[in-house]
Write a protein that binds this ligand. Structure first.
Ligand code: AMP
Length: 283
């Protein structure tokens, strides 16, 4: 496994892979890896001849006052995990390599970036789109893997990749959860054991929405009222948003139907956590 930190070195590695005709798979991450990230690396490993994982805590996707400075990091542990997955290249650039002096070009995100996390974190998706575009250009992957955990990010990146005609196939992967139901996240490291329990209110509310939908309720307001009540009644949890949306546009739907997404964000202690579940009725 090669560990690469500079732009000239990553360009050289990519050039060698392309000259040899190897298909490149890309998995962008911010590090502090867990099974969710590894599921992406494994899928990339199966489908690509050369797997590139990037570890970059991207400053442009953090809003002022967020957790950029204290975002958890453990490079040695991350590298050991990626080595075990048979990753070929890990790209760990310094911030100044991606955003050198004078950097001033950004991607304007698509319409589906407007609400929800886009509204709660102004500029977040602009930073995400910009860094993923840079990574596409540096690494030139055939395919890139992203988690459904960040469902709005996945919709945004699908739309951006299509609209800007990047020759990249975007592949979404299911959410990996703890046995408790908590969606795995690097930010779970901010939680005390008690807060980890409290955080289950979010997956619990989403599960309740799915259950009611399966029971025949399809009015979004009725579904959301039940979900909100669960979160508002939970100690230590503050609701940011809860919604039922179309998976692609991220517009609210008033009547839930197959494939719509129940989405939510909450604050617990020092963490802002997001999660989502797809509405479907068993055949
Ligand atoms: P991050 O390091 O948080 O930027 O995440 C890097 C990639 O891993 C993104 O595509 C995330 O959607 C994905 N990811 C994060 N957590 C999970 C999870 N629990 N299950 C599946 N994918 C995840």
């Amino acid at each position: 496994m090669r560990i690469i930190r500079t732009i000239p070195d990553i360009r050289q590695a990519v050039l060698e892979d392309r000259r040899a005709g190897r298909s490149i798979g890309l998995v962008p991450t911010m590090g502090y890896l867990h099974e969710g990230h590894l599921s992406l690396a494994r899928a990339a490993r199966k489908a690509s001849e050369s797997v590139y994982v990037t570890i970059f805590v991207n400053p442009t996707q953090f809003v002022a006052g967020e957790d950029l400075e204290r975002y958890p990091r453990d490079e040695a542990r991350d590298l050991a995990m990626l080595e075990r997955e048979g990753v070929d290249v890990v790209f760990i650039p310094e911030s100044g390599a991606i955003y050198p002096e004078g950097f001033s070009t950004y991607i304007e995100p698509p319409a589906c970036a407007e609400g929800w996390c886009g509204a709660a974190r102004p500029g977040h998706f602009r930073g995400v789109c910009t860094v993923v575009s840079i990574l596409y250009n540096l690494i030139q992957p055939c395919r890139a893997w992203f988690g459904q955990k960040d469902a709005q990010q996945l919709a945004v990146l699908r739309a951006m990749t299509r609209d800007l005609a990047f020759p990249v196939e975007v592949i979404g992967m299911p959410i990996v959860r703890e046995a408790s139901g908590l969606a795995m996240s690097s930010r779970n490291a901010y939680l005390t054991p008690e807060q980890r329990e409290q955080a289950l209110a979010l997956s619990g509310a989403l599960k309740k929405i799915i259950e009611l939908y399966r029971g025949g309720e399809s009015g979004a307001e009725a579904l959301l009222a039940e979900g909100r009540a669960l979160i508002e009644g939970a100690p230590g949890v503050r609701l940011d948003y809860l919604g039922v949306v179309d998976q692609n546009t991220f517009r609210s739907v008033s009547t839930a139907s197959e494939g719509a997404l129940a989405i939510g964000a909450v604050f617990v202690g020092q963490a802002r956590l997001i999660d989502n579940m797809e509405l479907n009725r068993p055949a």
